[in-house]
Design a binder for this molecule. Structure first.
Ligand code: TYM
Length: 321
């Protein structure tokens, strides 16, 4: 299968990014043709500081490699290193109904809150469709919040194929049941824009502090509690194996425990889980030239594939003989 996904360098990655998406990237790099990119063009819709964008992009590459992405198995590159995608975006844009984009949630949410939205945010899903279609992607591993965009991609591809003949492969979103929507410290979806994130490579002490501040209800200790639907339990479950999860669930149902104990168990588990990637990241950060090399190599491989698809689309729609 051809697998592709992208992630924005808008800040340091959080548990939602990892358990919803990155973990899938790592699993799927084996036995598939995998393309993963840092979506710097998408990030331009929010990051306006050039120095920050460069730093975020390098951090994103370091994080992905430290977490287990292997350049021998997956093609890792920067979105903007493949200009063919931006060209393809225009071809798709000419066939995109405004109403389809007006329905997409990132734009709709902003409008509903009365916030100003740029054309970049409005047309964001079309660039995402170009990202996906450029590599003839079949599987797109993502969190639940991106599924709508993959539906848009399928619609745009289907309509292009209908108008101009078979051109694009229709992709499918792939989410993980247990972690398609990881909650943040306040119980809402974990997201940078909600300021409720727990970052992957946060200093252990700072991370512990944040975990201790996770919002819980004020029910008395003695009262039995239902674990399902409790965001602290959900976060703990990300790190726990089945028997640890069952023990914790039984403790909830029995009552007589403090949320502080759960938070401590969560902090210990998270610290253990990320210890190895953290060490690997430090090693990699000392060799930034290696990261530059990996991204350049990824870009040249990705470009080759995207150029073929772009040429096919240009021919089919009459731009080329
Ligand atoms: P981005 O950068 O917002 O998020 C990267 C990935 O992390 C997932 N994710 C979550 N999963 C579970 N729980 C959460 N709380 C959570 N928060 C984030 C996202 O679903 C995503 O998979 N538009 C994309 C980037 C992109 C892309 C693409 C993705 C650009 N082109 C082509 C796939 C294919 C985005 O903003 O993701």
């Amino acid at each position: 299968m051809r697998v592709l996904s992208g992630i924005q360098p808008t800040g340091r990655f959080h548990w939602g990014n990892y358990f919803g998406a990155i973990r899938q990237y790592i699993d799927l790099q084996h036995g598939n043709e995998a393309y993963y990119f840092i979506a710097d063009l998408h990030a331009l819709t929010t990051v306006r500081d050039p120095k920050q964008l460069r730093q975020n992009t390098l951090d994103a590459a370091l994080d992905l490699l430290a977490l287990g992405l292997e350049p021998e198995h997956a093609i890792l590159f920067r979105q903007s290193d493949v200009p063919e995608v931006s060209e393809l975006c225009w071809l798709l844009m000419t066939g995109t109904p405004m109403s389809m984009l007006e329905n997409c949630h990132a734009y709709k949410d902003k409008m509903q809150k009365g916030l100003p939205a740029g054309a970049g945010l409005f047309t964001y899903p079309v660039l995402m469709a170009a990202d996906i279609l450029a590599y003839d992607s079949q599987i797109v591993p993502v969190g639940a919040d991106q599924v709508q965009h993959i539906e848009v991609t399928r619609d745009l591809a289907g309509s292009f194929n209908h108008t101009y003949g078979e051109t694009f492969v229709l992709p499918k979103a792939q989410t993980l049941d247990a972690s398609a929507k990881v909650p943040g410290t306040d119980g809402e979806k974990m997201s940078k824009s909600y300021n409720n994130t727990l970052e992957l490579f946060e200093e252990p002490k700072a991370m512990r502090k944040k975990i201790m501040r996770i919002v819980t209800d004020a029910r008395p200790m003695e009262e039995p509690k239902e674990p399902e639907g409790d965001h602290l339990y959900q976060l703990y479950s990300l790190f726990a194996n089945e028997s640890e999860r069952e023990t914790m669930a039984a403790m909830y149902r029995k009552g007589g425990f403090g949320y502080g104990d759960v938070k401590k168990a969560l902090a210990d588990a998270a610290e253990r889980y990320f210890a190895e990637p953290r060490a690997r990241r430090e090693e990699l950060a000392a060799k930034p030239e290696r990261v530059v090399e990996i991204l350049a190599d990824g870009a040249s491989r990705a470009r080759k594939k995207a150029a073929e698809t772009l040429r096919r689309a240009q021919t089919n729609c009459g731009l080329r003989p």
